[in-house]
Design a protein around this ligand. Structure first.
Ligand code: BES
Ligand code: ZN
Ligand code: ZN
Length: 486
């Protein structure tokens, strides 16, 4: 799909986004006049509810799609409306489409165009008799964006951002949606290496032997039941022209499949656990986007990655294992494996990089899903500045975050009788919080650490499929956070 900015669209198909305002009926009267239609008909049939679509077939073969945005639409409302329209109507749109974005500010414009890109996402990765893709998303697709002349420069930047984000995001969706016989720890490492080569940032991958030399015993303990070796991925992007740039460390949970291990999960929803590398996906995606957009930040990404399998060699409940920082962990439940591998990811980050800001992302607990459902990720941080910066980015992007506490009283839950810490409280309460308290132990009191529990948001219901599928949660959020860094 090619995109250009224009004031004189030539496409036969026009998409007109319309917010729900008090003056909607005047707006519809004006449009009716323009298209030679009866105003009362438009007013009756179109309320501009979010994602509402009214298709108008005009004489001469022209088509107009009125697209409702709802009341006071924010960037995410623009994104979702456009994603849905372009996904559902792609056959009817034809290969050439004009979109009137004259009323959209740069954030809304970026969101709308990102939504258009995303609408072309194809979840049918392995279907052999797929219907042909619509022309619009093939090479010959043309998208004409109408903007005012005075806003051309900023619109151009917003479009470039949307295109880079969308391209990286699509690859990350594929990694997330791909099953675990296609995406293994080494697959994530290969992706990182290729991305680093393409966009100019450095990538180091520790293989199993190096992980052993480094003493990453926590990561190794989770890997024990798996046929596939673990990897430890370190990515670093440092813009040469920004010597004083802030350092941000990102750590992502990269469990390519979570059976639960010996504390095995029930089978009903186990297939969804191919998505247990949502944190890793967010870190990979953010690294690549930051490098593509040359963001003025020194960014380090770390991904400990392994499967969590059931086997005669697997770690048992009750086993005590070591860690990169030397602290010992009593494994009460082998299904609480994410925090165990993150112990080594965080430990390595704080010991070797001491970033100004440290953020980890993980599909960590069912508890956060019980707490916040699928619409917000849990945010844990004792640093008020970092917390508010993240919440601001969340509000701008619509990738919602909601704070949960890290009070010291919860430390009790992970005190072990025999080791420095245990990986599960044994209680069916406050699971997301005790998991966060566990991680805190491995941050060595980092003054600006935040933990994002994205178990509910990384894999969610979308129009793309009947089962939960990847959202790419975290990439837009973190990119926005990095762009607005002080
Ligand atoms: N990967 C799961 C968490 C999860 C649950 C992610 C649902 C996405 C959707 C994690 O490793 C896990 O199994 N957590 C356990 C921890 C418990 C055993 C302490 C959980 O939350 O039940
Ligand atoms: Zn688990
Ligand atoms: Zn897990």
């Amino acid at each position: 799909m090619h995109i250009h900015l224009t004031n004189e669209p030539t496409a036969e198909v026009l998409v007109l986004p319309i917010p729900q305002t008090d003056t909607l009926s005047d707006r519809l009267t004006e449009l009716a006049g323009r298209f030679g239609l009866e105003a009362s008909v438009l007013q009756q049939d179109f309320r501009a509810e979010a994602k509402e679509i009214l298709s108008l077939y005009l004489t001469g073969g022209r088509k107009v799609f009125l697209l409702g945005l709802g009341k006071e639409p924010s960037a995410i409302d623009w994104l979702k409306a456009f994603r849905e329209l372009f996904f559902r109507q792609q056959k009817r749109l034809g290969p050439m489409v004009a979109v009137d974005l004259k009323a959209a500010g740069p954030d809304a414009l970026e969101a709308a165009v990102f939504g258009i890109h995303w609408g072309g996402y194809d979840l049918k990765l392995y279907q052999t008799d797929k219907p042909a893709r619509s022309g619009f998303y093939e090479g010959q697709g043309e998208l004409e964006i109408l903007t005012g002349d005075e806003r051309r420069a900023e619109a151009g930047e917003a479009l470039a951002r949307a295109a880079a984000l969308a391209d990286t995001h699509r690859q990350i969706l594929d990694l997330m949606n791909a099953p675990s016989n296609y995406v293994m720890p080494q697959t994530l490492a290969d992706w990182a290496v290729a991305s680093g080569q393409k966009y100019g940032y450095s990538v180091t991958v520790f293989d199993k032997a190096e992980i052993e030399r480094q003493g990453m015993k926590a990561l190794l303990s989770v890997n024990k039941g798996s046929e596939h070796p673990p990897v430890f991925i370190i990515m670093e992007y440092k813009p040469a022209d920004r010597p004083g740039a802030k350092t941000v460390g990102l750590v992502g949970k990269g469990i390519t499949f979570d059976t639960g291990g010996i504390s095995i999960k029930p089978s009903t929803n186990m297939h969804l656990m191919k998505s247990d590398m949502g944190g890793a996906a967010a870190v990979l995606g953010t690294m690549e986007v930051a490098a593509r957009l040359r963001l003025p930040v020194h960014l380090i990404g770390i991904i400990p990655s392994t499967e969590n399998m059931v086997d005669g060699k697997a770690t048992r409940p009750g086993d005590v294992v070591g860690s990169y920082l030397g602290k010992t962990i009593e494994i009460i439940d082998t299904d609480a494996e994410g925090r165990v591998i993150l112990a080594d990811g965080l430990g390595y980050m704080v010991r070797n990089y001491r970033p100004d800001f440290l953020i980890d992302l993980a599909t960590l607990t069912g508890s956060v899903v019980a707490t916040l459902g699928y619409h917000a990720a849990g945010l844990f941080s004792s640093n008020e500045l970092l917390k508010s910066r993240l919440v601001e980015a969340a509000d701008r992007t619509g990738e919602r975050l909601w704070p949960l506490p890290l009070w010291e009283v919860y430390r009790e839950d992970i005190k072990s009788d025999v080791a420095d810490v245990k990986n599960f409280s044994g209680k069916p309460v406050a699971g997301a919080i005790s998991a966060a308290k566990f991680l805190e132990v491995f941050t060595e009191n980092h003054p600006a650490w935040a933990h994002l529990d994205i178990a509910g948001t990384a894999f969610a219901d979308t129009e793309f499929g009947t089962q939960k599928n990847a959202s790419g949660f975290g990439i837009r959020l973190l990119t926005d956070f990095l762009r607005h860094l002080p």
